[in-house]
Design a protein around this ligand. Structure first.
Ligand SMILES: C[S@@+](CC[C@H](N)C(=O)[O-])C[C@H]1O[C@@H](n2cnc3c(N)ncnc32)[C@H](O)[C@@H]1O
Length: 269
């Protein structure tokens, strides 16, 4: 299952405008779907700017919450945003981090599993951190299907630049598919694995509200745009302008689908 370790994240404010605002909309139904009781110990892997952590605090009344992420800039942002005695944010790599295992009741990861080079290794670490009977869960965008903001971007890119095909998140992030997510969670021994689609409305005020955040984008889009010359970037912008659906008031009404997955660690594991 392919992923890409080269998609770096470092600008917290840009992330908020780009995808953070939409991740927040998914985080709410995702946390509700987990149906976790209050006063549990949570671990948020790839916590980024703290979007999912904030929703856990608001919706799940945790006893304790640890968020960790590779990006010092994001963790610094999360610490400034969320000041709560129950919470600790730490900088760390999911590939090497070790907790006094297994100390968490639930381990979650929002928009993370496609950004690690070895998703199975990452989920194994998540399983190691959770107690027997506890839950491991996450969500990723449906890049190849109904994450329309991204789908329009890559479809337009392929119209103006045949080389964009190789960078298309829809085909690179094979883990962002319900069957593959289910297989991944089952492959590490999780039980009662379930996958659902979470659909949210992503309405852009106007074309600039859609386009500008891409210019400060993080991850694979940023890497792709950095490699384009001015002419190609303008062609891409024009193609998107033609292609995107627009309402009478200039708004761009799109939807975004995330695939959410959860599983239970067997008591004996
Ligand atoms: C798309 S962001 C998601 C952030 C947040 N969970 C959200 O839903 O908005 C992906 C995050 O994964 C982090 N990340 C990528 N590889 C990582 C690793 N090996 N260990 C820890 N964090 C990692 C990135 O720094 C980034 O913050």
């Amino acid at each position: 299952m392919e992923s890409d370790a080269g998609d770096r994240f470092s600008n917290a404010n840009a992330y908020e405008a780009y995808v953070g605002r939409w991740s927040r909309l998914v985080a709410q139904p995702f946390i509700a779907w987990l149906e976790m009781a209050a006063d549990r110990a949570w671990l948020d892997v790839g916590a980024g700017t703290g979007i999912l952590s904030q929703v856990i605090l608001e919706e799940a009344s945790p006893a304790k919450l640890v968020g960790f992420d590779l990006s010092p800039d994001y963790i610094e942002f999360a610490r400034r945003q969320i000041q709560d005695d129950r919470v600790a944010f730490i900088v760390g790599d999911a590939a090497t981090i070790a907790f006094e295992a297994p100390s968490f009741d639930v381990v979650v990861a929002g928009l993370f599993l496609n950004f690690v080079p070895a998703p199975q290794r990452a989920v194994t670490s998540m399983v190691e951190a959770v107690r027997g009977g506890g839950m491991v869960a996450g969500y990723v965008w449906d890049y190849g299907g109904q994450m329309e903001m991204m789908r329009h971007f890559w479809d337009a890119a392929m119209q103006v630049d045949p080389a964009a095909h190789e960078m298309d998140a829809g085909q690179r992030f094979t883990i962002c598919h319900p069957d593959n997510l289910r297989a991944l969670f089952q492959s590490v021994g999780l039980e009662a694995v379930d996958v659902i689609a979470i659909d949210v409305q992503t309405r852009f005020r106007d074309f600039e509200d859609y386009w500008q955040p891409f210019l400060g984008a993080q991850g694979s889009v940023s890497k792709y745009l950095r490699g384009l010359n001015d002419e190609r970037r303008t062609a891409l912008r024009d193609q998107l302008h033609r292609q995107l659906p627009t309402t009478d008031d200039g708004g761009i009404p799109l939807m975004a689908r995330a695939w959410a997955v959860k599983g239970i660690k067997a008591d004996s594991v």
